[in-house]
Structure formats: structure tokens, C-alpha cells
Design a protein around this ligand. Sequence first.
Ligand code: NAD
Length: 443
Amino acid sequence: MKVTIFGTGYVGLVTGTCLADMGHHVMCVDIDEQKITNLRNGVIPIYEPGLESLVKTNVANGQLCFTASAEEGVAHAEIQFIAVGTPPDEDGSADLKYVLAVARSIASHMQSHKVIVNKSTVPVGTADKVSALVSQVLAARSSTLGFDVVSNPEFLKEGAAVNDCMKPDRIVIGSQSAHAISVMKELYAPFNRNHDRMIVMDVRSSELTKYAANCMLATKISFMNEMANLAERLGADIEQVRLGIGSDPRIGYHFIYPGCGYGGSCFPKDVQALIQTADSIGFDSAILKAVETINERQKSVLVNRVQQHFGADLHGKTFALWGLSFKPNTDDMREAPARVVMEALWLAGAKVQAFDPEAMEETQRIYGQRADLVLCGTKEAALKDADALIICTEWKNFRAPDFDSLKQTLRHAVIFDGRNLYDPDVVRRYGFTYYAIGRGDSI
Ligand code: NAD
């Protein structure tokens, strides 16, 4: 089948590439001309395991192509995906300007029936808005062309996006049009061979499903962080508690890790957007508000510890920082806890020597040149002449460091671990003062 995808970010590029790899003919459209030129030259704008080679193979095979021309994209296929950003507006609600701009563009250029598929995360009611806009533009063109608007939220995880897209847990389709549902079933048939992963529902339920999923995951994290803060004050170890509760199959071991807060482009904005949706209909969403408040508080936990240890004024102090991306296996730093940590350290006068396996360029792009930030080529280089080590992201590469040499390199044998990577007994045996999250006697 022929498919067009508007937006070649994490979702659009990965979805387009995976659809192409299954044999569809995919055209990816982006308004960022530099990005399109780069992609045509084999320069992939994001780090995502497995993506680069898949893009290159499918471009070489003629299954995947890129354009900055919306007109060309609209002409290419009946199926038109919208996979552009939906950043938070000033009040936290999802800003639909990019989604509606694509809808307008499709309506302006279409010369035949289109199935418009909304893959961006959008508030309940957005499909209706897209429909109304497309109808309005078609009416202004005196056109009687038909179209369907489908909701097909994306559940991929950054860092495992290709795998998630190739083997989705579920494919949610929100539509009541028999034609659109059959087109979507045919499109996703290659991903559906092992067992039926398709869940077809009405559009509004589909739109809410995406928010409910992300808000549930964010709630799990904030709940565990709340327990970690309690554990710390009660002399308990949250890692023991985690194992104790995870063994209950109703709870499970997944996604119950305490830490220095969640970040990324999705959880913070989606929790805020659902709070806004609730507020806009006069419903006070007490759980979601607490989830957000707890997360904001959690991002300050590490720096509070640093200041308890070294004092509020950190002038003259240097900290090695391991992990900048909001989670491992990505270079995405949107809303990353490491940014809150770094900025708070700078505010208190400290210097940061940072290392991340993938997010160094992104850090440079965000912060530019500054005297209080040194980007280091290895995790070991970041330790040199640093007063202590702070860990913000749980990259595999950080899990088993050489503690002897770490101790010799740091000025003080102190580790602030925002991801509970180490066994406190082992680290203390090496002679470190070890601060982790929710581990009893660590404060
Ligand atoms: P992104 O910011 O990485 O990419 C968006 C792309 O859209 C950019 O390249 C931008 O230039 C392009 N764009 C903007 N306006 C355009 C237009 N008019 N025409 C063509 N291209 C245009 O965003 P993302 O992370 O891929 O997220 C996209 C959507 O998917 C969001 O709603 C997000 O919430 C949702 N989502 C994201 C993830 C994730 O892990 N990143 C997962 C699931 C869902």
C-alpha cells in the first residue's frame, strides 16, 4: 500500500520506516527542509537502536522516501498519517497547531478520497476538529471529495521504538467508518500475523486510551517515588519493598522503579494535558495533579542531597554527572531530570563535568558553550578532579564501574545515585558515602 506520513520525528520516522520495511511504499513529509535533506543523505536526526540501518536499507530499496513538499505527500497516497508534535500550550493543554496545519494542508491539496490517520497524541475531540477543518477547507474549494478521520495513537517507547513498532502490544484504531477500518486492517496486517493485536473502538475512546496509558505509567512512577520518600524516612529500603510488591502478579515487576523523576516528551506533557482536559470540563483530577506534583518534587531530590552533604553554596565544587538523556538508549533530553539537576547545580555555583553515551550533541545544542559545563568523552574523564559523582540515567554502561579507580579519581568518595544502580553494602565496602533513592539509612 502507499502511505504518507507528516512529521519525521521519533514517531513519524520510526512508523514510516517500519511500514516501509513491511513492504509498503512510504513517503515521509516534514516542514524542516534541513531534516529532509539530511535524511535523503542518510543522516538520521535521532538516535534510536536499529533505526539507521533500517532507514538506509528501505531508502536503497525504494520503499521509503522523503519530501518537504506537502502537495507531493498528499498526492502520494490515500492513507495520510499525522505524526507531528503536540507540545504543551502555556496552560499545559496540548497545542494542536501543528496537527491542524497538516489537516489544512491535506484538505487544500487532496484530489481524491483520503483516510486521515491521527497518530499524534491529541485530546479527546481532536478528530472532530480535524474533520470540521477538512470539511471547511473542502467547502471553500467547492469540493465534494470524501474523507475519513481515524485515531491511531502510538505507544512506542523511545529507546526501543523500532522493536515496539515492529511488535506492538496492541494497535488501537478509533473509527466508525467500515472503509477506514478495512484500510487500517490491511495496512497493519503484516504486524498482526502472530496474533490479533488490533483493538477497534470509537474515536473518543481511542484518543483517551493514549492519555490513560501514559498517565497510568506516570502514576506508577510517582507512586513508587512517594513510597521511596516514605521508606527513607522510616528506615526501610524501597528496593526490598519493590521486590516484595512486584511479586504480586496483580502489581508485577514492570515500571515500579523509584528514581529522580520521570521526564521525556510524553509523560510530563500528557499528564498536564489530561489535567487541563479535566479542568476544562469542571472535573478536579486529584490523582493526576498529585502525580505531577510528586514528580516535580522528585527531580530536586538529588540536588537537595548534594547540598545536605556539601552545603548550600557549591562555588568551587565540581560534579561528575553520568547520564543526560531522560532515559537510556535515547539522545532525547526533553524534560530530562538531568537538566533540572545540572541547572540547580549551576545556580548554586557548581561546575558540571558530564558524560552520556548518546546525548552529548544534544546537550551541546541546548546549552551551548558555558564555563560551568564540560562535556567529557568518556565516563571516566568526567570523574577527573570532580568532588563527587551524580547519576541521573540508568545506562547499562554505568552499572558495573571500577569502584577502586572511581574512588581514586574522585576528590571525595561520594556517589549520589538517582537510579539505585548499586548495592549499598558493596559500594560502602569500597569506602564510598552512597546516597540513593529511598534506601533507608542512605540519608
Ligand atoms: P517530534 O518533535 O520528534 O517530531 C515532530 C516532527 O513534525 C518534526 O520533525 C517537525 O518538523 C514536524 N512537523 C511539524 N509541523 C509539520 C508539518 N506541518 N508538516 C510536516 N511536518 C511537520 O515529535 P514526536 O516525538 O515524534 O511526537 C509526535 C507525536 O507523537 C506527539 O503528539 C507525541 O506526543 C506523540 N508520541 C510520541 C512518542 C515518543 O516517544 N516520542 C510516543 C508516542 C506518541
